[in-house]
Design a protein around this ligand. Structure first.
Ligand SMILES: [Zn+2]
Length: 324
């Protein structure tokens, strides 16, 4: 735009009414990041490898632009798609605000605070939270090495936000009606090796079992792994059955460290960091717990995670968020 035209534009701004100013502000803010976000999306799509999300065929024609993204037509099934088709981010609106939203994720903002900061409805930031985290939580180590601590912790099951309840609603922060670990509690299993690679699972309701450990933990342990747990006999039985070297710490007898090296302090500290981080969301529905576990894991250790790294992971372009 010529300088003289720009001056005219500026003087025209003075004549805008309140509504027009609001529209202009929104338009300007949406202008800012959209091309950058589109470019990041296209790059992540190229990195992951192009294929048709409908039939997995790898050859396509370019088929115009839609919503700021290249559209493709599959040579095999003739359906069209773009970089977001088949991902949890498909059809989400306001791309210009995605990096700002992912910045809010790096600061663990609540749904309400992110909605205020981004000037969108809180239903939008709630939807974004869980769509973005769907694949971000899967960007995690594939194997744990050497001394690996494992321990479970429990949270009261919550049906927050659910319309149907098969029991009386509990007050926020309520307590279980049964003593000890029962099926009212959700088991969370954390394992962490000494290079701080961490994995987390929501392992169902009630106490941890040998079968759960075999299903969830065994595939992630390298053959050189030495598992350290508390004295819960379930871990001992699991290690025996799966031929895994094992050290048990008898915490109830005041034992903290065995043979100068083995303890479960890292994983227990992780449990408490997770629980206190979770507290500031004022209760979360159990069905979303895997997302929160993944979120906490990604943000743990102050690893300078950027919104751009999160966007890559949210699109399934992984290995940006694991500890190296
Ligand atoms: Zn196809």
């Amino acid at each position: 735009m010529k300088a003289s035209e720009f001056l005219e534009l500026i003087s025209a701004i003075n004549q805008l009414n309140h509504h027009q100013r609001t529209v202009l502000t929104t338009t300007l803010s949406q202008l800012s990041d959209e091309p950058k976000v589109s470019e990041l999306i296209e790059t992540a799509f190229d990195t992951k490898g192009h294929y048709c999300p409908h039939c997995s065929h790898t050859e396509s024609y370019r088929h115009g632009l839609a919503h700021g993204l290249q559209r493709y037509r599959c040579k095999a099934c003739k359906k069209t798609y773009n970089a977001l088709t088949g991902t949890p981010l498909a059809r989400l609106r306001y791309k210009s605000k995605w990096l700002d939203y992912l910045d809010a994720i790096t600061h663990s903002l609540t749904v309400r605070q992110a909605a205020i900061d981004l000037d969108v409805h809180r239903n939008t930031t709630f939807r974004w939270r869980h769509r973005f985290l769907t694949w971000i939580k899967q960007d995690r180590p594939t194997i744990l090495h050497g001394i690996t601590e494992a321990d479970e912790t429990y949270l009261l099951e919550s049906h927050k936000g659910s319309r149907k309840l098969d029991r009386q609603p509990r007050k926020r922060g309520g307590s279980a009606s049964k003593r000890g670990i029962s099926d009212e509690q959700v088991c969370i299993l954390i394992a962490r090796d000494r290079s701080k690679q961490t994995i987390d699972f929501v392992a169902g309701n009630g106490p941890i079992t040998k079968a759960i450990l075999s299903d969830y933990l065994k595939p992630l342990l390298d053959s050189d792994a030495l598992l350290v747990s508390d004295s819960n006999p379930t871990y001992e039985a699991f290690c025996k059955a799966e031929n895994i070297t094992h050290e048990a710490i008898n915490l109830s007898q005041g034992q903290r460290v065995v043979k100068g090296a083995y303890h479960v302090q890292n994983v227990n500290a992780y449990h408490s960091r997770f629980k206190s981080w979770l507290d500031h969301f004022h209760g979360v529905a159990t069905k979303y717990l895997p997302n929160y576990l993944g979120w906490c894991r990604v943000m743990d250790e102050d690893r300078n995670i950027t919104p751009e790294m999160l966007l890559n992971s949210a699109m399934g372009d992984f290995q940006h968020l694991t500890v190296t």
